[in-house]
Ligand binder design. Structure first.
Ligand code: GDP
Length: 195
């Protein structure tokens, strides 16, 4: 079994220019409620780590965690929050897109898709944007435990196809049950070593 990541909260920033000058970086993106905080906590074997990113005033910021000895994990604010006014959505888009395009240290964007519901329209737009801009990215499907065993294979193929990917290109995880965690931990370590 892979050991958990040693994660330590570093800082929150609202602008790519205010981020620390750190070694290789991974960004986690996804719509609100996709299970991003639960997954960051699971990767670090911590219950409360990503809560800092959800503290009032921090939900719209780039929250940085040091991954000991390897680099930085940047938890990007969740997009597509239904109640957010257009002004907030535009600000999200500007900040995150600037970050994803301009950050030289960024070695991989981990794009989370809700495994229970599949990619939303916004997820597909985000994927198309990553592809159009040649930003290195990898799709991780969350909440694997919510799929009924009998439907798993088909749901996994369908989600990959909807993202225009082969089934093996999608990493399935369950923060609740730990499924896929070892595979993702080893991918995270590989991606950070690319920097
Ligand atoms: P975030 O908004 O992307 O940070 O999402 P959260 O981590 O807060 O999760 C959103 C909701 O999905 C919460 O109610 C979590 O308990 C639930 N959730 C997250 N990961 C899993 C999972 O692996 N399995 C199940 N069953 N629920 C999950």
């Amino acid at each position: 079994m892979s050991s958990p990541l040693q994660l330590r909260f570093l800082t929150s920033a609202d602008d790519v220019r205010r981020l620390p000058d750190t070694p290789p970086e991974l960004a986690f993106i996804g719509r609100s409620n996709v299970g991003k905080s639960s997954l960051v906590n699971a990767l670090g074997n911590r219950k409360d780590l990503a809560r800092v990113a959800k503290a009032p005033g921090r939900t719209q910021l780039l929250n940085c965690f040091a991954v000991d000895g390897l680099g930085t994990l940047v938890d990007c604010p969740g997009y597509g929050y239904a109640a957010a006014p257009a002004r907030v959505r535009d600000a999200w888009q500007r900040m995150v897109e600037t970050y994803l395009l301009e950050r030289e240290q960024l070695t991989m964007v981990v794009m989370l898709v809700d495994g229970e519901i599949g990619p939303t329209k916004l997820d597909l737009q985000m994927l198309a944007w990553l592809r159009a801009n040649a930003v290195p990215h990898s799709v991780v499907a969350t909440k694997h435990d919510k799929l009924k065993a009998a439907q798993r294979g088909k749901r996994q193929r369908d989600l990959a196809a909807a993202c225009d990917l082969a089934p093996d290109d999608v990493t399935w995880v369950s923060a609740a049950k730990g499924t896929g965690k070892d595979r993702l931990l080893s991918l995270v370590r590989t991606w950070l070593a690319l920097g």
